[in-house]
Design a protein around this ligand. Structure first.
Ligand SMILES: Cc1ncc(COP(=O)(O)O)c(C=O)c1O
Length: 387
């Protein structure tokens, strides 16, 4: 019999140091920052409880089992064959791409990324005191996003050192296909750009789509790539701060390590415990989660089509984030502010995602269906007022 997990359960997070639930007032429903309102897999909770019950919280060591669990996860889910030595554990993916920028682009290089982009991408160049190069993803008539090869190539210059890729793409929910990844990788190789690929949403993919780690495409690309991912989005354990860098090229790995020396803390004990349990025992929970999220995505899509037709949405292929085009909704103000003030629903402000983000909001549907329903009702009522 298949195990059942209750994703419909509403868990109060207003008193648990939750950024998502405590940033705005108690009258606001938060569907913004990217964590989910579900409890972590029972296997993870049990492993953490056993660790707490032990009662001693000294410095941890990275057991070989953890590296092996990551190797097995990549092989089983993505037919991506890495070795334990390729892995560096880091406290966060944001830390990872900032370290990568310091390691490969500083002091006089530039980094390239595509927009609309996950907002911390917009600070990487400034953090590393280097230049940034931004290329907007192209948008088809139907609102879907794609990579224009010519535009991508033209955005590269002689001082470009690193391409910061996001796949699956936050906020658009695109899961890039093999040919798109091959094109981007080929252009990077031709122009001597290291690829830093943020694949944190890689396990959250819907029917008909497949996540392909760009480094799995071939050996030459693998040697040119830093891949970042984590169990944090997948198993909803982002607060435990345990993430992964896979770097198959030993020189690049050394440069990455070197850039964090003396500055970078260890991954904490609870994060290690949770990561091991998640990768070893979390699969049935993840399969159930993906069904629930896909139903949420479809519910959201239908609701928007039928009840909020002035907003345009393309179904995300992965992630639990929906990118809503409000440019023709007649709001006369920033849509984030509109929904916050008039509907008491907190969404992410598209303005913060760089060029191509203005007039959009990002909605996080990683929550029990009743919360999504309530938020949509509120949004509908707010829009009705101005129709
Ligand atoms: C694309 C992307 N990268 C990185 C992160 C954050 O990663 P971490 O919490 O491991 O730093 C997020 C969180 O929303 C994200 O969406």
């Amino acid at each position: 019999m298949k195990p059942s997990f209750n994703f419909d359960q509403v868990i109060d997070r207003r008193t648990t140091e939750s950024e998502k639930w405590q940033f705005y007032g108690p009258d606001v429903l938060p569907l913004w920052i990217a964590d989910m309102d579900f409890a972590a897999p029972p296997a993870v909770i049990q492993a953490l409880m056993a660790r707490v019950a032990h009662g001693v919280f000294g410095y941890p060591c990275e057991l070989p089992e953890i590296h092996q669990a990551i190797v097995d996860w990549c092989a089983e889910r993505y037919q991506w064959h890495i070795t334990p030595d390729d892995i560096i554990l880091i406290p966060g993916v944001i830390t990872g791409f900032n370290l990568a920028a310091h390691a490969v682009a500083a002091p006089d290089g530039a980094i390239l990324y595509q927009t609309p982009a996950y907002p911390p991408f917009l600070c990487v160049a400034e953090n590393a005191n280097i230049k940034e190069q931004v290329v907007e993803l192209s948008r088809a008539e139907d609102g879907s996003y794609y990579v224009d090869e010519t535009k991508f190539t033209e955005s590269i210059s002689s001082n470009s050192r690193m391409f910061l890729l996001c796949n699956p793409q936050n906020p658009t929910g695109r899961v890039f296909e093999k040919n798109e990844l091959e094109k981007m990788a080929e252009i990077c190789l031709r122009n001597n750009l290291i690829i830093c690929s943020d694949e944190i949403h890689g396990d959250l993919i819907y029917s008909g789509h497949h996540h392909i780690p760009i480094a799995s495409l071939d050996k030459e690309i693998a040697q040119n790539t830093i891949t970042l991912f984590a169990p944090s989005k997948t198993f909803n354990i982002a607060g435990l701060e345990a993430s992964i860098a896979v770097i198959q090229n030993p020189d690049l790995r050394q440069r990455f390590r070197q850039s964090g020396k003396g500055l970078l803390g260890w991954v904490n004990l609870m994060g290690l415990t949770a990561m091991l349990a998640a990768y070893r025992e979390g699969k049935p929970w993840l399969e159930a989660l993906l069904h629930y999220l896909e139903d949420n995505r479809d519910y959201l899509y239908e609701y928007i089509q039928n009840e909020l037709p002035e907003i345009k949405m393309v179904k995300p292929q992965g992630t639990y984030l929906a990118w809503l085009d409000c440019r023709h909704a007649g709001l006369k103000q920033n849509p984030h502010k509109f929904f916050l003030q008039k509907a008491h629903v907190a969404l992410n402000d598209g303005e913060k995602f760089g060029p191509g983000g203005s007039g959009f909001v990002r909605l996080n549907f990683g929550c029990p269906r009743v919360i999504l329903q309530e938020a949509l009702e509120r949004m509908k009522n707010a829009l009705r007022e101005i129709r």
